[in-house]
Design a protein around this ligand. Structure first.
Ligand SMILES: *Cc1c(COP(=O)(O)O)cnc(C)c1O
Length: 369
């Protein structure tokens, strides 16, 4: 089976994890501090606070920014549901906005219509690793005094006009789940340039424990969102390979693009001017005449794993029940959910695998025609 993704671990990772296990010190220590420094330096952030997952990063950012019941938060409809779930978890109201079908990010032209006196924040998602239109979002945030929390879960290494994704808003949240380009099983990090926000995040991730001034006291009802030392040790090695991993992913993307261009019924992914795509996912948009699920099934028979890209979150049962939104406002997210196809993308893929994926897709689509 040609897999969608497999983590890129070798002897280096095994050795580092073994060393941590032998040290007997397992949770949020020197390895976590080092991992935070490595990531902060790489993206050019003043602070990076490691937590247990990308979802924990988003949740903690909302809590630390004091987003709460009565507030509204703008979220793109096409994403992993965690982006909206965290809004619900702090008791705020989710306002979904449709996307564009070129870069699959929020349609910034539709944000302003959803802003009202209760709106407090926007969570742009850099979908599949392509940066959202941050200039427009920053202008709207200034005009209406909103916080920006970047969902950069897929976007480590992505750039918008020369700035790394995750360093433009008040907070930028990353994930290290195995579906992302570098991984430590589970893990997340929050980037911020704000000293006060950083210290609040550190207190909240560790039960509300405030150790400033040498005296330990619980100054908030916090969480346990700490990262372990062995995860951070994995993360440090993975971060060292990141440029190489991202370069290999980019090469694979170029190869797919060359092999699949001019295939009937396929829209290739784009990388817009002034943007650097992190290519967490290679995501095709199929014409509506093609059964995406049918194609996933045929590819599985060929020994190729593929999948849908992301959800139209407003249509998930929880959100359907709570908000009962009109589908016609989310036509593009629904199309992307129904017709999007993610192909295998990881550094272990060899040319023979890529040729097979291209040949099978072209074969199935031509057969149909
Ligand atoms: C993966 C992902 C998350 C959640 O990250 P976890 O580490 O799995 O909790 C959130 N938002 C987006 C866009 C993601 O792709």
């Amino acid at each position: 089976m040609i897999r969608l993704t497999i983590p890129d671990f070798d002897e280096q990772e095994y050795a580092e994890v073994k060393e941590v296990l032998a040290s007997g010190f397992l949770v949020q220590g020197p390895k976590v501090a080092e991992f935070e420094r490595v990531i902060a330096d790489y993206i050019g952030a003043r602070h990076a606070i490691a937590v247990s997952s990308g979802t924990a990063a988003l949740h903690l950012a909302l809590v630390a920014l004091d987003i709460k019941a009565g507030d509204e938060v703008i979220v793109p409809d096409f994403t992993f549901p965690a982006t909206a779930n965290v809004v619900e978890l702090v008791g705020a109201t989710t306002r979904f906005v449709d996307i564009k079908t070129d870069d699959f990010c929020i349609d910034v032209g539709r944000i302003e219509a959803e802003i009202n006196e209760n709106t407090r924040a926007i969570i742009p998602v850099h979908e599949f690793g392509h940066p959202a239109d941050m200039d427009v979002i920053v202008n709207l945030a200034q005009k209406y005094n909103l916080k920006i929390i970047e969902d950069a879960a897929c976007a480590l290494g992505a750039e918008y006009k020369g700035r790394k994704a995750g360093t433009i808003g008040a907070a930028g949240c990353f994930s290290f789940h195995p579906r992302k380009s570098i991984t430590m099983g589970e893990g997340g990090i929050i980037a911020t340039g704000d000293d006060r926000l950083a210290s609040r995040l550190k207190i909240l991730r560790n039960h509300g424990l405030d150790q400033a001034g040498g005296e330990a006291s619980f100054t908030a009802a916090g969480f346990n969102y700490r990262l372990t030392e062995f995860q951070a040790a994995l993360g440090i090695v993975q971060a060292g390979k990141m440029e190489q991993i991202n370069a290999q992913r980019r090469k694979i993307v170029d190869y797919y693009n060359k092999g699949l261009k001019d295939t009937c019924g396929i829209n290739l992914p784009v990388e817009k001017e002034d943007c650097r795509h992190a290519w967490q996912t290679y995501h095709l948009l199929l014409d509506e005449s093609i059964s995406r699920d049918g194609l996933i099934g045929r590819l599985r028979e060929d020994g190729i794993e593929s999948n849908f890209g992301a959800h139209a979150v407003h249509a998930q049962p929880y959100y359907r029940r709570k908000y009962d939104l009109d589908d016609s406002k989310f036509g593009r997210a629904i199309k992307a959910y129904n017709q999007g196809l993610a192909l295998p993308l990881h550094p272990q893929l060899v040319r023979r695998d890529l040729d097979k994926v291209i040949r099978c897709i072209r074969g199935h689509l031509n057969e149909r025609a």
